[in-house]
Design a protein around this ligand. Structure first.
Ligand code: AMP
Length: 222
């Protein structure tokens, strides 16, 4: 399956993407994670991306599209992929259309996670991520780790992402409204979009997402 996960910052894209990709046995590709890996390795690309990310702006399209094109060319994406955080504007959506056309493949679904803005700010303020593995995400109120400040999965130190501070979140929301919302319209015209409420518990949202793509979470219920 080839799926896009779209939604404002704080809607739980990363949290849901990890679970969905695992359930569907497909690659989870997050452009935000790819950039943060470059930043951690202090590559040229990471140094360029960092300044933009810190202020909540988008990394330039040619850089982002290059990273995604390279990632989608790897054979592990053949069974499918879940793109989290890409495309974030119309130019990127058109580039993705081109990549898919070149490989004679198409998207199966676009999941649009919806969350009121007041809730976005509340959620992001409490988000903490693991320094060792950024897919390990917690929330001080909604999903607290067992030991404050430590990752339940690997014991890594939890911290607040630089771009999760309030002023940056407001900028990211503005960018989302002006640049990313039109991407939803682009895919709506192709009949691919299902809107999903991101309110509620992680498992509830996951159930909605799986139902939207005709999957059952049965086997995950231990
Ligand atoms: P995320 O982890 O998806 O919230 O992304 C964190 C930041 O990385 C964003 O606020 C942007 O600065 C940058 N970023 C992630 N994905 C993209 C993209 N598709 N295009 C441009 N910038 C991106």
């Amino acid at each position: 399956m080839r799926i896009l996960l779209i939604g404002p910052p704080g809607a739980g894209k990363g949290t849901q993407a990890v679970r969905l990709a695992e359930h569907l046995s497909i690659q989870h590709i997050s452009t935000g994670d790819l950039f943060r890996e470059h930043i951690a390795r202090d590559t040229q690309l990471g140094r360029n991306a960092r300044a933009r990310i810190r202020v909540g702006r988008l990394v330039p399209d040619e850089v982002t599209i290059g990273v995604v094109t390279e990632r989608l060319a790897r054979p592990d994406t053949e069974p499918g992929f879940l793109l989290d955080g890409f495309p974030r504007n119309l130019a990127q959506a058109e580039a993705l259309d081109g990549i898919l056309a070149d490989s004679q493949s198409q998207l199966d679904a676009v999941l649009d996670l919806e969350l009121p803005e007041a809730e976005v700010v509340r959620r992001i303020a409490g988000r903490r991520v693991c320094r060792q593995e950024q897919a390990h995400i917690f929330h001080v109120d909604f999903d607290p780790p067992q030991v404050a400040g430590a990752c339940d999965v690997c014991g890594g130190e939890l911290h607040q992402r630089d771009d999760d501070r309030e002023a940056t979140v407001r900028k990211r929301l503005e960018v989302y409204r002006s640049e990313t919302a039109p991407v939803v319209d682009h895919y709506q015209a192709q009949g691919l979009v299902t809107a999903i409420s991101a309110l509620g518990q992680v498992q509830e949202v996951l159930d909605r997402a799986l139902a939207a793509i005709g999957q059952d979470r049965g086997e995950l219920r231990a």
